[in-house]
Unconditional design. Structure first.
Length: 301
């Protein structure tokens, strides 16, 4: 977001009634906090449902950029992942025969143990059976380890592909043009079916429920200003009358500057002034660039 300033040649310093006879203490032009919404991905805008002057809400989807290439890339990545994972061994199936062989060897060992106890078999036969069980068990453990390493390796191969899919999903999400702030569309820079690149402005929007009057005061009034002070802001209603709004000073410059060159007389241009920002609740009548004048609290009438 950034504040774009619309001075419009009207922003001016005014002086106290005692010094100039003017019926106000400061004057200037209204501005607003504006947001330029830009494209977050490149492509052709397939849909853009907004017009200048349209009110938009936060999170409202106003269009999207063509996503066909991103969609195809995502499907390709999914196919690559599936192809790699299809090579994963079925560990239970691969070791089933060895497990069966081990079970048989254990039964033979138990049988020979009983025969030795009954003096129907020799201790060597039992030792051979025990050795056979140990050999098969080690073969089984080695096979399980090898198959586990293979499965882990294949899963690791898919990790970069999953990250690429997340990146593609993020790009797909950013292809939707989602309005970030509540406000009024001030300018529209592109139309549907136009090509955009990342960062290209699409439209400009501002929340005009409150506006800011940037006014300038002279040094004799500067010391009487306070952040949060209530002031009266007037705008022309007709040739004789003004409409009055309540305003609050939200910023006061700590540096003096020469009066903006919009001031026409040489004497007025010579004065040093201080910029202020006055926030005003807008009932819909205040527009960016409109002239306004300020009455400080000590001088309201």
């Amino acid at each position: 977001m950034r504040t774009l300033i619309f001075i419009m040649g009207l922003t001016a310093v005014t002086f106290s009634c005692r010094d100039t006879g003017l019926p106000y203490d400061a004057s200037g032009a209204f501005e607003a906090v504006e947001t330029i919404v830009s494209a977050e991905t490149a492509g052709v805008i397939k849909e853009l449902s907004l017009e200048e002057g349209q009110e938009l809400s936060i999170g409202q989807v106003v269009g999207y950029v063509d996503t066909m290439q991103l969609y195809l890339k995502k499907k390709q990545l999914e196919a690559q992942v599936a192809a790699i994972l299809s090579k994963q061994p079925n560990i239970a199936t691969e070791i089933a025969s060895l497990q069966e062989e081990l079970n048989h060897a254990k039964i033979e060992q138990e049988r020979l143990t009983r025969l030795v106890q009954a003096d129907a078999a020799t201790p060597k036969q039992l030792d051979d059976a025990i050795a056979q069980v140990n050999i098969i068990r080690k073969r089984l453990e080695a096979q399980q380890s090898s198959l586990g390493i293979t499965a882990t390796s294949l899963k690791e191969e898919t990790t970069p592909l999953y990250f690429q899919m997340e990146q593609t999903n993020d790009q797909l999400t950013k292809s939707r043009i989602v309005n970030p702030v509540k406000g009024l569309v001030l300018s529209k820079y592109v139309e549907a079916n136009e090509m955009v690149t990342v960062g290209k402005p699409i439209y400009r929007i501002a929340d005009l429920s409150t506006v800011i009057l940037r006014a300038y005061v002279t040094g004799d009034k500067y010391t009487r200003l306070k952040i949060g002070e209530q002031v009266k802001v007037q705008v022309d209603e007709n040739e004789q009358d003004y409409r009055t709004f309540d305003g609050v000073i939200e910023w006061i410059s700590d540096k003096a500057e020469f009066t903006p060159k919009a001031i026409q007389t040489k004497n007025e241009r010579a004065n040093l002034v201080y910029a202020t920002k006055i926030r005003v609740k807008n009932d819909g009548t205040l527009k960016i660039g409109m002239y306004g004048q300020v009455l400080l609290a000590h001088d309201t009438r």
